[in-house]
Structure formats: structure tokens, C-alpha cells
Write a protein that binds this ligand. Structure first.
Ligand code: GDP
Ligand code: MG
Length: 163
């Protein structure tokens, strides 16, 4: 049986980069430039032969306006409702920010099944962010690099019991 994975988290943590890697085609936008409004994106992923559906949640970068923050929250809640499991991505380089706590709260309130991914952790980067991630209380984090493809076999190991 196949399953659906939703990639959630605040803007700029690397959700779309990971989506593109998992789907293998450039279906999602990736930018360095904030200000692009996006929606939910769905693709068929394959990781080491394991097939599943993956959802990339909209960026709504720099959602400082309260209505945009509300929209990001609504989109995330929608994605969580569609998913069997959520990959909550944080940025190992910036560490845990207040915005990350907002997403952690959504996942807790929805009682979502969560895999906590600490991205941008290629090489020895992101180690302090990795340690900070334990404070979210969402279980043991997984180091990964969406850009460089590191941590993908750890992600695979966490997905196998769900499939
Ligand atoms: P999103 O807003 O969460 O979808 O994030 P994006 O996928 O658009 O990525 C935001 C920025 O982080 C882009 O400049 C990416 O190239 C960069 N990025 C994504 N993954 C990694 C990673 O694993 N390592 C590093 N160093 N940068 C990354
Ligand atoms: Mg994105």
C-alpha cells in the first residue's frame, strides 16, 4: 500500500528542494527570492525503490502579514490532513526559530505522525541546529541535506514502517 508524505515547515528550510529530489522532476519552484506565492504541490516520489505520494507546502515567503501567516497555517493543516506522515523540516544552520515552533504546534494539535528532518546539514554543518531540534519534543531528528542528497537512507529507514 502506498502512502502520502507532506513536507511542512517554515519558508526557506528546503521543502521544495527536497520535493524536487524525491520526485525527480522539477515540479516545484525553488527560489532564493522571497515573495513568491505558492500552493500545495503533489508528486509521485521514489526513494530507493519505495514509491509514495509527496506534498510540498506553499512558501508564502516573508509571511509577515497576519493574513499570510494564517494562510500558510491553513495550507499546512490541509496538507497534514491529506498525509499519512509529515516530514517537518527545520534548518540546521539557523537553528530552531520561533516560526518553527508555530509549525510544531500545528503538528502536535493535529496529532500528526511526524518525522523531524534537520536540513542543510551536509558535511559537518548544522550540528547545533540538530541538537536544538530535540527541544521541539517531536522525537529524534534526522540529519539531511536536500541539496546534496545526504540523509536519504535515514529517511528511507523511517518511511519503510509506514509503507
Ligand atoms: P522552501 O521555502 O522550504 O521550499 O525552501 P527551498 O527549497 O526553496 O530552499 C530555500 C533555499 O535553501 C534555497 O536557496 C536552496 O538552494 C537552499 N537549500 C535547500 N536545501 C539545502 C541544503 O540541503 N543545504 C543547503 N546548504 N542549502 C539548501
Ligand atoms: Mg518551497
Amino acid at each position: 500500500m502506498s502512502f502520502t508524505l507532506a513536507i511542512v515547515g517554515r519558508p526557506n528550510v528546503g521543502k521544495s528542494t527536497l520535493f524536487n529530489r524525491l520526485v525527480g522532476r522539477r515540479l516545484a519552484l525553488v527560489d532564493d527570492q522571497p515573495g513568491v506565492t505558492r500552493d500545495l504541490r503533489e508528486g509521485e516520489a521514489k526513494l530507493q525503490g519505495l514509491p509514495f505520494t509527496v506534498i510540498d507546502t506553499a512558501g508564502l515567503e516573508e509571511a509577515t502579514d497576519e493574513s499570510l501567516q494564517g494562510r500558510m497555517r491553513a495550507l499546512t493543516e490541509r496538507a497534514v490532513g491529506m498525509a499519512d506522515v509529515c516530514l517537518f523540516l527545520v534548518d540546521g544552520r539557523t537553528g530552531i526559530l520561533p516560526a518553527d515552533e508555530v509549525f510544531a504546534d500545528i503538528l502536535r494539535r493535529k496529532s500528526a505522525r511526524v518525522i523531524l528532518g534537520v536540513n542543510k546539514a551536509e558535511g559537518h554543518a548544522g550540528e547545533s541546529g540538530f541538537l536544538e531540534a530535540y527541544s521541539l519534543g517531536l522525537g529524534d531528528p534526522v540529519r539531511m541535506s536536500a541539496e546534496h542528497g545526504e540523509g536519504m537512507s535515514d529517511l528511507y529507514d523511517m518511511l519503510v514502517p509506514i509503507a
